[in-house]
Design a protein around this ligand. Sequence first.
Ligand code: GLO
Ligand code: MG
Length: 343
Amino acid sequence: MSQFRFSVGPWNVHEGRDAFGPEVRPSIAFAEKVKKFKAIGFSAVQFHDDDAVPKMNEMTDAQIRAAARDVRKILDDNGMAAEFVAPRLWEDPRTIDGGFTANDPKERDFAIWRGLRSVDIANELGADKIVLWLAREGTLCFESKNPVEGVNRLVEAINRILEYDKKIRVLIESKPNEPIDRSFCPTLGHVMAIGYRTVDPNRVGGLLESAHAILAGLDPAMEIAFALSFGKLWSVHLNDQNGLKYDQDKTFGVENLRQAFNEVRVLIENNYGSKGEYVGLDVKAMRTQKLAESYQHLRNSLQIFKMLEEKARKFDYAFQAKCIAERNYEVLEMYVLEHLMKA
Ligand code: GLO
Ligand code: MG
């Protein structure tokens, strides 16, 4: 049994395309994914704006809202909630140079339009969170953008969203690189700082993805703790990552079990979830995986999370306190490893 509620995005069950090869598995319909998510143990779905309304660029604002209502019905029919909507600002030809920070003002307008439509979609789906994964908000060529202006433009874009809807909350999902070389908002520290520059800091928080922290050379459990201390950890994308290379979105815990344990422990100790926050996953199946097994990575991630929850509950806090009092961290470290390895 878990004390948490879990969420996942439809993109987490995908066709296996990578930078060097095409799809290897056929697409699975959205309604089918939702049914499966529910059966596996998830209670909410995370959305990109165009996961909910695929042809949104060709639709009027009213048509977009109507299409989102149809998606709400699929969720309701399956007893599932919507956690957030994230504008997908990295695939359209108008977002080649970024979205909110593109050099061309027409392209920035398009990005804002997508941001505001994401709010409309969220309202129809019954979600109060917008997630900004700032995929191309940074530079490929340092000299191509004014980096101060870049940060200012992010603040302006968030302000537009906050002003458009007085109830919506904005969560920035930080990532240091990929697809961009240098991001304007690489870590949760940057997220907190940018939040405080906006017109309503109380409605700006963060989403921590484990792999993104690791790509920044940081421990995800420390990033989680940092945002929690500000009361601003409003979602997580748990997964794993083998060092500094392409973004892997591996099954939670498969690379660094101790680090994963500490992510879970910090969440539990700080009552994450008590204000309705979900434990979100952002994991991708290996490209080698066959269609019939395309949900195994989700099942595994949930199972590993729950096993680590159990380990966190059985953690001997009195022994930890004794080690701390004696300043015997060698013994403490050995205790943690033995605790994780014993049956
Ligand atoms: C990529 C991100 C991406 C986001 C998703 C929702 O590195 O992790 O998957 O989480 O687009 O914002
Ligand atoms: Mg993510």
